[in-house]
Design a protein around this ligand. Sequence first.
Ligand code: R1P
Length: 293
Amino acid sequence: HTDNDKYTYESLTETASFLRKQVPFKPVIGIICGSGMGAYWNQGCLADALDGKIQFPYEVIPHFPRSTVKGHVGELVFGYLTGVPVVCMKGRFHYYEGYPLWKCAMPVRVMKLLGITHLIVSNAAGGLNPNFKVGDIMLVKDHINLMGFAGNNPLQGPNDDRFGPRFPPMNTAYSKELIIEAKKVAEELNMQDIIHEGVYTCLGGPNFETVAELKMLSMLGADTVGMSTVHEVITARHCDLTVFAFSLITNLCITNYKTASNPNHEEVIDVGKMRESVLQLFVQNIVTVIAKQ
Ligand code: R1P
């Protein structure tokens, strides 16, 4: 995984100028739509709801990886959300697809070069916290970079100071201010009963976790577990983007040996569909708040 020297500032600038030439406005917010935000089905993704859409399938964008998740429509979609110019990733790249972490996260740098100042990251995750129910939303206040513990990090390799510093801090990764604002938005939408705050952790996947692994994660203080987000957020903070992230709880983690039911990707999609409209409204209102700042 050392070919990240091909993804230099210059080559990502080429990607950004390819896009800039075809989009007549500058996005101010980037939104990563994962499994919880409709990225895995054709209709109902937040990206489809943008006004004045301009879409780029990932395969036409220079230097971009391609989505390999089944039924996954991989596109970068530019448009306006409640009048605010945004760029949405409809579908993301995962480590389990065979991409190294820096490549999974490279679209974040492209969005930065395009001019975004804020990144909204959504994911579908398993709920470890016993107070969480399926369909609840957890605002991410922190993460545990488990793959980082094992020496795997999207920022590995030569550092380019034009993106950010060699040793970026991560203790303030998730904007406290935006968490406060998101809670206000949730109250306005009468969603306060399904909103929590907590710690996300990412494993490499693609298999779901064993009982012993989930018990361990729970002991470590993780509230949700998934297979994304952490490397995107590290890359975003490295280049000084303000980050807001949330998990849609699509299944409850099984931490005993008596339960025979298996977690599966279908339930992840079903819960995403169930929360489709409310989550779109939630993100839309947060975008409005950010744009007013
Ligand atoms: C598993 O069902 C998929 O759902 C989550 C996991 O990371 C995995 O990709 O998706 P997102 O994190 O992309 O939302």
